[in-house]
Design a protein around this ligand. Structure first.
Ligand SMILES: Cc1cc2nc3c(=O)[nH]c(=O)nc-3n(C[C@H](O)[C@H](O)[C@H](O)COP(=O)(O)OP(=O)(O)OC[C@H]3O[C@@H](n4cnc5c(N)ncnc54)[C@H](O)[C@@H]3O)c2cc1C
Length: 472
């Protein structure tokens, strides 16, 4: 049996980053899929490339945790800045999310007038800036040292944010903007759904600020597809692709791992599986630990298109409709176009990923026939509204379209849930830490602290790396 100090299960953002940071150790990384990157992968179908989920890359800027991490592994991504991070369209209202605060504020005031818009958006920006200035954010459990470090972060947060830390997003909206129109509320919620996967009624002010402020940072387009970043950072990592881990058994001072191809032994394990799916890998004792995390019934519906057009498009749009999308929990969808200059992604026309939010339970409850019908219904609804908003694209120019539900995500990357949990005071205390109560067993990814997307998962990786290296 091959023996390693460190085994990493999964090549999502979390698994890939922690592997790259520890590639000098005796290690192995397993990935069940044929593509690397999980929700941030790029796949090929019908001769075209598509981004599976993640399309925007944020956090590659000086003094940001992600940039520091990339510098550490000596990797410079092939990216171009999207000067307009997203164009948000709601009926006739168009707001371009640009970095320049005054330019953005003017557009907000024109489209969603409110005498306190400046106070509201300045506070959002201010909280976000202060958050990213906090050094050494730590959150881990199950050892005295971890608790002490977490307490120190908590103290820093209280010092920086004071009572704002206890505020809910909706109470802050009410106290600054007052009663706002449904349109403005939809605009705020649609932006939050793509960043924190929750609406303002369910989250804290801090989460709302981080979610709404991301276009004030540099937002990047990734040339050659999002998955190319993961492939590049894993270049010197011992990766076993298309090898699924089926069982893990704890022995006295190591773990025995059974995969679809063989057996291995590792002293330490990092699971990049979600905390909801990790239970399937273990016997009773460890299974019980994972079973205590209540399943977060959220996921994505994604449509992939190839469009034969030479028209110019921005990198990202968000369309906000009035009715909810059928089978979804949102009235908005997010569209990302490849750049025509991107020879890989645009080799047969624009590669477009459209995503919106749905529940796992909606799709799991359907019979096989109904599932097919409802999937088609949702895809057709999105397509119809997409064509409505882009009158320079005709249906004949769409040479390919197909979609994925949470069940597709489950089949390919072993997770039906996509996206983190709404972060509020109550859920913050229950959020899983990278460290588990079992010696040598860790988790990384968007279902553990600090949450989803490149910046959120990178914070988690940074914490995990400290915890791991204390022990290795
Ligand atoms: C539709 C959508 C759009 C998004 N857009 C953005 C965006 O624009 N920007 C952004 O920053 N974030 C975005 N996100 C969020 C971001 O993609 C995720 O938060 C992040 O990619 C999750 O990373 P992770 O580390 O949790 O790993 P995951 O993506 O969950 O990957 C886990 C990996 O583990 C593998 N695996 C699972 N089980 C096993 C097993 N038993 N054996 C071996 N391997 C296994 C899987 O195949 C997978 O590759 C989006 C997410 C979605 C769903």
């Amino acid at each position: 049996m091959q023996k390693y100090d460190l085994a990493i299960i999964g090549s999502g953002i979390g698994g890939a980053l922690i592997a790259a940071l520890n590639k000098d150790k005796s290690h192995i990384l397993f990935e069940k899929d044929s593509n690397l990157g999980g929700c941030a992968s790029t796949f090929k179908r019908f001769g075209n490339y598509y981004n599976t989920g993640a399309t925007t890359f944020v956090g590659y800027e000086e003094n940001h945790i992600l940039k520091n991490m990339f510098d550490k592994i000596k990797y410079v991504p092939n990216i171009s800045e999207s000067k307009i991070a997203i164009r948000t369209i709601q009926n006739k209202k168009v707001v371009d999310r640009v970095r320049d605060f005054e330019e953005f504020l003017t557009q907000i005031q024109e489209n969603y007038p409110n005498e306190n818009n400046r106070i509201f958006w300045e506070k959002i920006k201010d909280i976000d800036e202060k958050f990213w200035q906090i050094k050494d954010i730590h959150f881990a459990k199950y050892s005295l040292n971890s608790y002490i470090k977490s307490l120190s972060t908590f103290k820093d947060m209280i010092k920086v944010f004071k009572l704002d830390l206890l505020k809910s997003a909706s109470s802050f909206i009410k106290e600054t903007l007052g009663e706002i129109t449904q349109g403005y509320q939809s605009f705020i919620d649609a932006q939050l759904l793509i960043t924190v996967q929750s609406k303002s009624k369910d989250i804290s002010l801090l989460s709302m600020a981080l979610g709404l402020a991301y276009p004030f940072h540099k937002v990047f387009y990734v040339n050659n597809g999002m998955g190319s970043i993961i492939e590049e950072i894993l270049k010197e990592v011992n990766v076993h692709k298309k090898e699924e881990i089926l069982k893990i058994k704890k022995s006295k001072d190591s773990y025995v791992i059974t995969s679809s191809k063989g057996e291995y032994q590792a002293k330490k394990i990092v699971l990049n599986t979600t905390v909801y799916d990790s239970k399937n890998l273990f016997g009773e004792k460890i299974k019980k630990y994972y079973e205590k995390f209540e399943f977060s019934d959220q996921s994505a519906f994604t449509s992939y298109l190839t469009i034969n057009s030479k028209e110019k498009f921005l990198d990202h749009y968000q369309i906000i409709l009035e009715p909810d999308i059928p089978n979804c929990i949102s009235n908005s969808f997010f569209i990302s176009f490849s750049k025509l200059s991107d020879e890989k992604m645009s080799q047969n026309g624009y590669s477009v990923t459209i995503s919106t939010h749905t529940k796992v339970s909606t799709w799991k409850a359907l019979s096989k026939d109904d599932y097919k019908k409802q999937k088609e219904l949702t895809q057709n609804f999105i397509l119809e509204h997409f064509l409505d908003y882009f009158d320079n694209i005709s249906s004949e120019q769409i040479t390919k379209i197909f979609s994925a539900t949470c069940l597709t995500f489950q089949r390919f990357i072993g997770r039906a849930n996509c996206g983190g949990k709404a972060l509020n005071i109550k859920s913050a205390l229950q959020i899983p830490s990278c460290k588990t109560p079992f010696e040598g067993l860790y988790n990384v990814g968007d279902t553990v602290f600090a949450g989803q997307g490149w910046p959120g998962v990178a914070i988690g990786v940074n914490i995990l790396n400290k915890e791991l290296n204390e022990k290795l």
